[in-house]
Design a protein around this ligand. Structure first.
Ligand code: MLC
Ligand code: AMP
Length: 501
């Protein structure tokens, strides 16, 4: 048996001497060397006891060996589990306990904090921002050939945690078929080829930067200019050589704020793609006016990979997310009954296809709730289709804030605030933000007779929640506004406390 993902994305490059990853220092790693690096890392993982189906956790800086670690894990038949580098000890403890990995790879400077979290028998390896660490050293010494572990379409290749409305994160199980089918659909649709050079400024611990950006590049043999993060100077310097860019809307608003962004600078560019959060029509229009490029907006989710995309050749309509990808079905249903709605009516977006995950890790009940027996996944997003099948997202059923493309579930933040001694209850909501799209605000009610300043609450919340989830503003109230059913009225909070200051 073959290894579906490895055979399609990595093996074909064994003798390809074209550049693959180009780092911030200008140094590049060619495809053939990358394939060999992945094999060395697969040998390291196997030597640490990794067997098919074992989880490999990576909380690592964005360096070439981090990408090779993903490829090596796939070649070794492991399940790759990337984690946000901003997570706190408390968050990491949950993910590691839930996933029970055989190997954990972390930044060299975090090793002391992570060691106590590793399960018995699991190995801890390191990889620093300078590309060095015990993983790299072991890979240097390991053989450059590895006999690929067979994996079929239904075997897991990735486990990606996504927060939920219950406040508990869920591991989305991604199979080889899920990842490969989506990479193929996107590469075709967006016409990605070996002539492309991608500006990669997204984190590589989420679907967007990891699967959408890297799997399509690997499939096509494209060059990837790997940037540690979104640094406008680096993007501006790279644009004249690049042909392709993928980003969240904040990337585009920040680039627009830079006077150096001009049509001439983008003359080699073929395609700008946006996703993970709504792209405002005004951003789309301003970008087109400045550069001559109409940003192509697409829509996706961790559990489903990409679902819809605006067309490459046809009209890229601002405020819409385009059409279902080939091989993927989208239906709009009545949120209460699940029955399909007539065209033109707003309802729940449901999706079915080879891109849809196989369920939540260790959570069969939650899987049954969100993934119907018919194969349709209930996204929690509200949308409407026009007569041609073009989808617009008009809202969300799920209580979710998206800031700079990161998802923040209010329930998780409320749980952290409510755990602070002296807090009676809280309600967390999103308010519009010009830079990040939305930002997090918390309304807090203290217990009678308690005097707590917002800074005291913030300091304690910082110990449990990653920075991007922490409220940017706290409002102390005597009571939360509730409707007659007793439900907190977040729309009232948003109306009364909508500003960040
Ligand atoms: C950073 N901070 C954030 C934040 N990013 N806070 C809220 N939301 C975010 N997204 C914090 C920092 O820790 C810092 O805290 C402060 O905000 C200011 O940071 P910054 O320097 O402005 O942030 P920066 O490092 O420039 O990052 C902003 C960003 C980044 C937009 C470039 O967040 C980013 O790359 N986002 C992409 C997320 C992504 O890949 N999403 C895809 C998910 S997959 P302090 O304490 O210093 O003030 C998915 C499916 C799909 O959704 O469809 O794709
Ligand atoms: P995540 O759970 O991090 O994978 O985020 C997925 C969610 O991001 C989706 O359910 C949508 O709510 C949102 N999303 C992704 N792409 C878009 C888009 N183009 N427009 C609006 N929302 C989007």
């Amino acid at each position: 048996m073959a290894n579906l993902l490895y055979d399609a994305l990595i093996a074909p490059h064994a003798t390809n001497t074209a550049p693959f990853l180009i780092g911030d220092d200008g140094r590049s790693l060619n495809y053939a060397d990358f394939v060999q690096r992945a094999a060395r890392i697969a040998n390291v993982l196997t030597a640490q006891g990794v067997r098919p189906g074992d989880r490999v956790v990576a909380q690592v800086p964005k360096v070439a060996d981090a990408v090779a670690l993903y490829a090596g894990a796939v070649q070794a038949g492991a399940v790759y589990l990337p984690l946000n580098t901003g997570y706190t000890q408390a968050e990491l403890a949950y993910f590691i306990a839930d996933a029970a990995p055989k190997v954990v790879v972390c930044d060299s400077r975090d090793a002391g904090a992570l060691r106590p979290l590793c399960p018995d028998g699991a190995a801890l390896l390191t990889l620093g921002a300078d590309g060095r660490g015990t993983l790299s050293a072991a890979a240097d010494a390991a053989p450059g050939h590895f006999t690929t572990v067979p994996r079929g379409p239904d075997d897991l290749a990735g486990l990606l945690y996504t927060s939920g409305t219950t406040g508990r994160s869920k591991g989305a199980m991604m199979t080889h078929r899920n990842l490969l089918s989506n990479a193929q659909a996107l590469t075709d649709l967006w016409r990605i080829t070996a002539q492309d050079r991608l500006i990669h400024a997204l984190p590589i611990f989420h679907t967007h930067g990891l699967f959408v950006a890297l799997n399509t590049s690997l499939l096509a043999g494209a060059q990837v200019r790997l940037m540690a993060g979104l640094q406008p100077d680096a993007v501006i310097a790279e644009l004249p050589q690049a042909t392709l860019m993928m980003g969240v809307p904040t990337f585009y608003t920040r680039l627009l704020a830079d006077a150096r962004l001009t049509a001439a600078l983008c003359s080699q560019m073929r395609l700008f793609i946006s996703g993970s959060a709504p792209l405002l029509a005004e951003t789309h229009d301003a970008f087109a006016a400045r550069t001559g490029h109409k940003i192509l907006e697409r829509y996706g989710m961790t559990e489903t990979n990409m679902i819809t995309s605006n067309p490459y050749d046809g009209a890229r309509v601002a405020g819409t997310v385009g059409f279902a990808l080939p091989g993927t079905e989208v239906v709009i249903t009545d949120p209460a009954t699940g029955a399909p709605l007539p065209q033109g009516e707003v309802g729940m977006i449901e999706v079915r296809g080879p891109n849809v995950f196989s369920g939540y890790w260790n959570m069969p009940d939650k899987t049954r709730e969100d993934l119907r027996e018919t194969g349709f996944f209930i996204t929690g997003d509200l949308g409407v289709a026009d007569g041609d099948g073009r989808i617009s997202i008009v809202g969300r059923m799920k209580d979710l804030i998206i800031a700079g493309g990161y998802n923040i579930y209010p329930k998780e933040v409320e749980d952290a605030i409510n755990a602070v001694a002296g807090v009676l209850e809280s309600a967390v909501f999103g308010v519009p933000d010009a830079d990040l799209g939305e930002q997090v605000v918390a309304a807090v009610v203290l217990e009678a007779g308690i005097a707590l300043a917002p800074a005291d609450i913030a300091a304690q919340v910082a110990a449990t929640l990653a920075r991007f989830k922490q409220p940017r503003r706290y409002v102390l109230l005597d009571a939360l506004p509730r409707n007659t059913m007793g439900k907190v009225q977040k729309n009232v909070l948003r109306r009364d406390h909508g500003g960040l200051r």
